[in-house]
Design a binder for this molecule. Structure first.
Ligand code: GTP
Ligand code: MG
Length: 556
């Protein structure tokens, strides 16, 4: 356990780019600068999408001779990399050096002869290796090594955190355990590329790209896979720029709005995925949502997928978060811990509802880091001032311009440790004037709330919107109460006043325990007003609900 008053560790150096960025172990010098040249978000996307197109997914027996398996596959071309993982069976991800190798492998494969069912002859890059008395398979062979695709259990995490030597290194330990691995990131791009093949049946020039936490550097192993069906490349094709008298009538008819176009596109692609998508199950078309989507589970990779189209603003949000996450190692470490803490206490949920979302929490953490002295990250307006001509992006009238080259952004002079930042994060939001102020990462300043939602976080691009409009007062109150409790725990520990014994979880580990939430409830009960007041407010809310239901039922 950390001795009170021990010097806090300084932030450490990032050693590589984007999703796979790691902390250099054991570095304790004051250095929050990024050490190596960072790729831009579009460069990472293009590189990984191209790599995914040269990759196949093979369902294979767990006990095979890896050497013979690779030797067999190498008849079709040079293999760049491979790995195994488990998801309803053992799978191998094999990246060839050339795309042609895939056609060569497809040419010698058969569709299985199934007796009472018929296979749809849709060629895919998903294969099953069945071996009868083959030399590749060996009963006495040890199972192949599988890469992990999920996080460790919270109890195991808490134990690990307890053996760290400062709160700061606890945050980095949590991030190392939770962040997406290189293999998992590749698998996410592969899943997109497999769905792209299906969508290509309708739109041959389309691309399917991951966005959201799969690529914004804040993804946790096991997070959902947000997919963007990009049809804009088709619009940018040379036919559009030619000046002849002919206009091409696209496959799609003219429809009254972009929303209707998106709904129609997703409707047919959803049917395609349902009918022909190998391994795609539980397909749901949720076309009336604010952002229409097709949700399904991709069994071979184990990802829960949300496919959207015409969602370019969300793509820009992902790029913006990628930039913030790549600027300073403390950003990701803080966000991972806050997200994990929120999940442990049911502040966030996998079910939609009046809860704070991971996206909103990330915005709050970014805002907090902009408010430090000196600021740890720039405001969005400052990033806009640094933008080049090619960074200019106006999406449906919204200005989404910001500098895309991380290397051009001056690193911060701020050397605060994560010990301080975590504690101050809870204190800051435990005392934030949510009743009158909004959070705005574009300006990096609190502003008056334009409307009375309990939590108002301005959408950085669609500036008239609140990204946390769904959050109700009681969820916000829970967040505030927990934040205060956690600030108090960390401050007590820092003063050496902790009531915990040496064998008990401390620092971040203590904040993840369920007892933190129950202390809040106890504290809240004490503070509650007299019973008559509580009954009065309950009756008032019943009156309001009753009036609403009369309106909704037309007064019947
Ligand atoms: P996870 O919880 O790990 O999936 O985080 P996430 O960032 O991927 O969030 P989610 O899957 O809910 O949404 C995917 C992306 O859609 C986000 O990264 C944002 O870019 C965008 N997004 C999500 N919620 C909102 C919202 O309320 N408003 C706006 N404008 N964009 C949102
Ligand atoms: Mg997501």
């Amino acid at each position: 356990r950390r001795a009170p008053g021990r010097p806090r560790l300084s932030p450490v150096r990032l050693s590589s780019t984007g999703a796979a960025a790691q902390r250099a172990p054991g570095r304790e010098e004051a250095d929050s600068k990024v050490s190596s040249w960072k790729k831009t978000f579009p460069e990472v996307q293009a590189e990984r999408l191209e790599q995914a197109q040269r990759t196949v997914l093979i369902n294979c027996p767990a006990k095979i001779s890896e050497k013979k398996f690779l030797k067999y596959l190498s008849h079709h071309g040079k293999i760049n990399s491979h790995y195994f993982y488990e998801s309803y069976g053992t799978y191998a991800v094999v990246e060839f050096s050339e795309k042609d190798s895939i056609a060569s492998l497809q040419d010698i494969t058969r569709t299985p002869g199934i007796e009472e069912e018929c296979a749809v002859p849709f060629k895919s890059r998903l294969f099953t290796l069945t071996l009868k008395n083959s030399s590749i398979q060996a009963a006495d062979q040890a199972p192949v090594h599988c890469h992990k695709q999920s996080t460790i259990l919270v109890n195991d995490l808490v134990q690990k955190l307890c053996s760290a030597d400062s709160v700061s290194s606890q945050l980095y330990t949590l991030m190392d355990e939770y962040q997406l691995t290189e293999e998992n990131t590749k698998l996410r791009f592969l899943a997109c590329s497999l769905i792209q093949e299906i969508a290509c049946a309708y739109f041959p020039e389309c691309t399917v790209k991951p966005f959201g936490s799969s690529v914004n550097t804040f993804g946790k192993l096991g997070c959902d896979l947000d997919m963007f069906l990009d049809l804009d490349e088709i619009e940018r094709s040379p036919t559009r720029t030619k000046t002849g008298p002919f206009y091409m009538e696209y496959q799609m008819k003219r429809v009254p709005s972009q929303r209707i176009a998106s709904q129609r596109i997703l409707s047919v692609i959803g049917d395609c995925i349902d009918n022909f998508g190998p391994g795609c199950v539980g397909v749901q078309k949720i076309l009336n949502a604010r952002c229409p989507l097709v949700r399904f589970s991709h069994q071979p990779t184990g990802f829960q997928c949300d496919l959207t189209t015409n969602n370019r603003v969300a793509m820009r949000s992902s790029e913006l978060l990628y930039i913030y996450g790549s600027l300073d190692s403390r950003v990701r470490a803080l966000v991972f811990s806050v997200r994990c803490w929120a999940r442990a206490h049911g502040i966030t949920s996998t079910i939609p509802g009046p809860w704070i979302t991971n996206f909103s929490l990330t915005m709050m953490a970014l805002f907090f880091l902009q408010k430090r002295t000196p600021p740890i990250i720039p405001t969005l307006d400052q990033l806009k001032d640094l933008a080049d001509a090619e960074d200019k992006h106006i999406v449906e009238g919204h200005d989404c311009t910001f500098a895309s080259n991380v290397n051009k952004i001056k690193p911060t002079e701020n050397t605060e440790t994560l010990d301080v930042l975590l504690s101050d994060f809870f204190e800051y939001f435990g005392n934030f004037a949510f009743n009158k102020n909004s959070i705005n990462i574009r300006k990096g300043k609190e502003q008056n709330k334009p409307e009375p939602s309990p939590l108002y976080i301005q959408n950085p691009f669609e500036q008239a919107l609140n990204i946390s409009k769904n959050v109700n007062q009681s969820q916000l109150d829970r967040f505030v109460a927990l934040a205060r409790e956690c600030a108090w725990i960390l401050q007590q520990e820092d003063k050496g006043h902790s009531s915990l014994s040496n064998s008990q979880p401390w620092g971040l580990a203590a904040l993840l325990l369920p007892s933190v939430a129950s202390n809040c409830v106890k504290g809240k009960k004490k503070r509650k007003g007299p019973a008559s007041e509580r009954i009065k407010s309950l009756l008032d809310s019943l009156k309001i609900n009753n009036a609403n239901s009369l309106v909704n039922n037309g007064g019947k």
